[in-house]
Design a protein around this ligand. Structure first.
Ligand SMILES: [Zn+2]
Length: 142
């Protein structure tokens, strides 16, 4: 358990005055605030970027909740996705360009699914043709 009291950051600002970071942010082991800790400037810049991205997302309407979207594994699931996307756009939760991107992803999935289904059907039909050929040869032998 750390019983040391928080103290002021031991660094100084550019103008030479003591760092004014709140004491609760100062690491008791190093005596430095997050900004003056090694790598602190980069870390704070990253945190700022993440905060800005989160705020931008909030302003855009928050988007779709992943729970609203089932696994995209069937045309029925694709229909649920499209319904959720349309609903989110209509309710202002999804920006137009995000809706376009999400709809495009669903369309591409459907295209890939259809291509996979057609390929399976072709394989099945080929097997049936081969079986029919064998059956026909056997009948010739008889
Ligand atoms: Zn400091």
């Amino acid at each position: 358990m750390n019983t040391r009291q928080p103290r002021q950051c031991s660094e100084k600002t550019r103008d030479g005055s003591p760092c004014g970071a709140p004491r609760e942010f100062v690491d008791p082991d190093t005596g430095l605030c997050p900004a003056h800790s090694p790598g602190g400037t980069d870390r704070l810049r990253d945190a700022g970027r993440k905060g800005a991205a989160a705020t931008a997302k909030k302003l855009r309407g928050g988007g779709l909740d992943p729970d609203e979207l089932p696994s995209l594994d069937s045309p029925q699931a694709a229909a649920v996705w499209l319904e959720a996307i349309g609903r989110a756009v209509a309710c202002g939760r999804l920006a137009n360009r995000d809706a376009v991107a999400a709809t495009k992803a669903v369309r591409e999935w459907l295209r890939a699914h259809e291509a996979g289904t057609v390929a399976e059907q072709v394989t099945e039909l080929r097997q049936k043709v081969e079986e029919l050929k064998k059956g026909a040869q056997l009948e010739v032998v008889k």
